[in-house]
Design a protein around this ligand. Sequence first.
Ligand code: ATP
Length: 270
Amino acid sequence: MSVIKDDQRGPIIQVEGLRNQFGSQIVHEDLDLSVNRGEIIGVVGGSGTGKTVLMRSILGLQEFAAGKISIFGKPITGLAEKEELEVRRRFGVLFQNGALFSTLTVAENVQVPLREFHSMTTELMDEIAGYKLGLAGLGPEAGPKYPSELSGGMRKRAALARALSLDPRLLFLDEPTAGLDPIGAAAFDHLILELRDALGLTVFLITHDLDTLYTICDRVAVLADRRVLAAAPIKELLEIDHPWIQDYFRGPRGRSAMAGDRENRKLAGT
Ligand SMILES: Nc1ncnc2c1ncn2[C@@H]1O[C@H](COP(=O)(O)OP(=O)(O)OP(=O)(O)O)[C@@H](O)[C@H]1O
């Protein structure tokens, strides 16, 4: 029987009083964040504000100096091994550079988490890999290819297929549209939205892409001054009188994204 109950109410991720420090550099101080079940939450902030460190802390990859992080209502520190494995297999993670294994085919990459957590026949694994690649918008011809044989956009999709391999409830995406052209980025955004709706995912999404924030995020968490300054729909963030928020969302790129101009940039090919 599962030790993690997924039908409970309340936030799916709860971060309270988080402190992260490297030597004398304090990255997070008293940082709080709640992520609600089924939402797509965007995480933004200037370079070096600790977006990736926050994600790594939630994933249990980064030991933190103080605070408490709970996922599915369970604190992530001090879990018994069985519980920790069960929490981990409910995450799907797409790291910033995709992080596919270059010596494995795309299908084998998708099968890596399956091999880690399950024992199943090769036929079944091939079937699952094909299905997950399909979910990520790749055809069966992608399976036998090596990552180096794919375009940047296809590599992102392959990495997404791998992140989906264990049927996660919670998907973490670090800069998923970085390096994609505007058409590829818009298509990827659309895919995330579709998958959230079809699979009932909760999505934690680090991005600098204002179009993504406007198009698919239910709320946006702003990291500044070592904490989450606010986590709210963009319309509410626009009311906050903080220089970074005002510059970011009301600057030229913010205004363009607000007007839905990605379509125009797509047409112009920029
Ligand atoms: N393992 C580490 N050792 C020392 N310092 C680190 C380590 N990991 C992160 N940092 C520092 O913590 C700060 C936050 O890093 P992080 O990668 O989370 O920033 P970010 O907000 O994701 O930035 P970007 O938008 O540029 O990707 C940076 O100053 C970084 O140098």
